[in-house]
Design a protein around this ligand. Structure first.
Ligand code: ADP
Length: 398
């Protein structure tokens, strides 16, 4: 059975038919809006089945890329292939095997979850009545909405709506699943439930999770790319990037009134408020002075370092405490020969501890989103709980 016909024979998503996995290959994709904003600038990525995190601040170009891959928008140049489907040309074939959860989606508030899911299943080509009932039931169970199946969607919480969106996206056992900023606006419990649901997806499908929340990627994704101003700055295994930053991050407390002078003198990558005290992480090959202490970096440090315009050099030999002896896998696009980005350092990032119970690390631009080219030094403002460590999965083979 050709994979693009699989929707005609939808089985329960918990027991998908055996299929050979396909890769998504994106090659030099570019997009400039009519207002002159270069939203995507020569984006190339090869994404294998599994959970792939596309991490970047607001305005980075994530949604533009997601919409192009979801056939909702045209690119100006470049190509994308899902297996042997030409994504930009053969839109119908893509749509047959696509599950897309957009940032915002409209629901019919008066329809029940079961009714609307059934309706979408018809649209997706699941025409056989009993097969569709099985599919709908299975999806409601999988997304933990079965008990709420007869409730009107207008009464759903944000987390329930997102889970419903995933149920819709999963109809037809798609090979490409795109989830755009799914956890924004969810409370902590809903976020955890939602991430758990996502983690169950994607053994055979390419799942792209677009987010500005570092923890979404560190909690879920075995591979990732960091995007800013339409350019991929770094790509690879999160754990490898963290490993390669080891021994290069130093921390000390700095009185608030001294922050500006301190930032003049040091390559500050983030500023964190911990119980009212300002703790600053700086980047450097060696201990700046005895007032600093070394920091075991996490993915936030990687993200802020890259966003600061500092390259993370792949290490041929991992440092002493590295768990993995594998060679470096990530590609620091911003500092490779093909990069078109200016190496001019950006402003330091500011990390504010969140007072709410939400532990997610949110990265927001400080000011209005600027034109993408050349890359502006817009400092993202982040909110963070203090010092949470990132659990990493074992790196994959090359
Ligand atoms: P992200 O999803 O990372 O926040 P977007 O893809 O939404 O980024 O936006 C990338 C850039 O393109 C931003 O500068 C944004 O303002 C701009 N942009 C997005 N959509 C449009 C549009 N329809 N017209 C003009 N500019 C747009």
């Amino acid at each position: 059975m050709a994979y693009h016909q699989s929707h005609r024979h939808t089985s329960a998503p918990s027991t998908p038919p055996a299929r050979s996995p396909v890769e998504l290959k994106i090659d030099r994709l570019s997009k400039t809006y009519a207002n002159g904003v270069h939203a995507l600038n020569n984006v190339s990525l090869t994404i294998a089945p599994g959970m792939f995190g596309l991490l970047g601040p607001n305005g980075a170009g994530k949604s533009t890329l997601m919409r192009i891959l979801a056939t909702l928008q045209e690119a100006d140049a470049g190509s994308a292939h899902l297996g042997d489907i030409d994504v930009l040309r053969d839109k119908e074939a893509v749509r047959r095997t696509l599950g897309y959860l957009p940032q915002e989606f409209g629901l019919y508030p008066r329809a029940t979850a079961e009714e609307l899911l059934d309706h979408f299943a018809v649209l997706k080509g699941v025409v056989d009545g009993s097969e569709r009932r099985d599919t709908v039931r299975s999806l409601l169970e999988q997304t933990n909405l079965y008990e709420a199946r007869s409730r009107r969607l207008g009464t759903f919480s944000g987390g329930m709506r997102q889970r419903f969106g995933i149920a819709v996206a999963l109809i037809g056992n798609p090979r490409l699943i795109i989830v755009d900023e799914p956890t924004a606006g969810l409370d902590p419990a809903e976020r955890v439930r939602f991430l758990n649901l996502l983690s169950e997806l994607g053994e055979n499908a390419v799942v792209i999770l677009s987010t500005h929340i570092v923890e979404d990627v560190s909690d879920l994704c075995s591979r990732m790319a960091i995007i800013r101003s339409g350019q991929i700055l770094l790509e690879g295994v999160p754990q490898d990037a963290v490993r390669d930053l080891r021994g290069m991050v130093w921390r000390r407390e700095v009185p608030r009134q001294e922050l500006d002078a301190f930032a003049e003198a040091h390559p500050v990558i983030s500023t964190t408020l911990v119980a009212g005290r300002t703790v600053v992480n700086v980047h450097g090959d060696t201990l700046p002075d005895a007032s600093f202490e070394p920091v075991e970096p996490d993915l936030k440090d990687v993200y802020f370092t890259v966003m600061r315009g500092i390259g993370i050099s792949p290490r041929a030999v991992p440092v002493e405490s590295a768990e993995s002896p594998q060679p470096v896998e990530f590609v620091d696009r911003a500092h490779s020969a093909e990069s078109t980005e200016s190496a001019a350092p950006a402003e330091p990032m500011r990390v504010e501890r969140m007072d709410s119970a939400d532990s997610a690390h949110r990265v927001e631009p400080a000011g209005p989103v600027a034109s993408a080219d050349p890359i502006p030094p817009a400092p993202p403002v982040a909110e963070d709980e203090h010092g949470a460590r990132v659990p990493f999965r074992a790196p994959e083979g090359p």
